[in-house]
Design a protein. Structure first.
Length: 137
């Protein structure tokens, strides 16, 4: 199966939006997905989701071991998203700097890293959340 994501940066809190996917095949034919309805509500909590896929390996479209980490910021501010190996050594800084309030998705490429358990850490607004991810080679 293929996985797709889309981030609509023009969403206004309290509004309702409708989306559908248009699939265009190699021969030029196309089909539409069902329409989905999304209600945009204000984000009130600082959250960090489990990375997806997890565990992850080199089966991504790029051929590199990749995963996506999603998080929500209730207010705009400075953010730092880092990855550590199981011994606590920092192996990557995925995101660092100012981000707007909202839901964010960040792709992490583990190219060059060994198989094993890794910890990802998100700091924003004086708070810190962590998650675990498993890289398989």
């Amino acid at each position: 199966p293929k996985y797709y994501s889309f981030t609509d940066h023009s969403v206004i809190s309290g509004s309702t939006y409708f989306y559908r996917l248009k699939q265009i095949d190699g021969d030029g034919s196309f089909t539409y997905s069902n329409i989905i309805e999304i209600s945009a509500s204000a984000i009130t909590d600082f959250t960090l989701e489990q990375n997806y896929p997890n565990p992850f390996s080199a089966g991504s479209p790029s051929g590199n071991p990749e995963t996506v980490i999603r998080f929500a910021l209730p207010v705009a501010g400075d953010v730092k998203l880092e990855v550590f190996d199981i011994q606590g050594v920092k192996v990557a800084v995925i995101a660092e700097g100012f981000m707007e309030a909202g839901v964010h998705s960040v792709r992490f490429s583990a190219e060059g890293l060994a198989s094993g358990l890794y910890i990802y850490s998100l700091e924003a607004g004086g708070k810190k959340l962590t998650g675990k991810m498993l890289l398989l080679r």
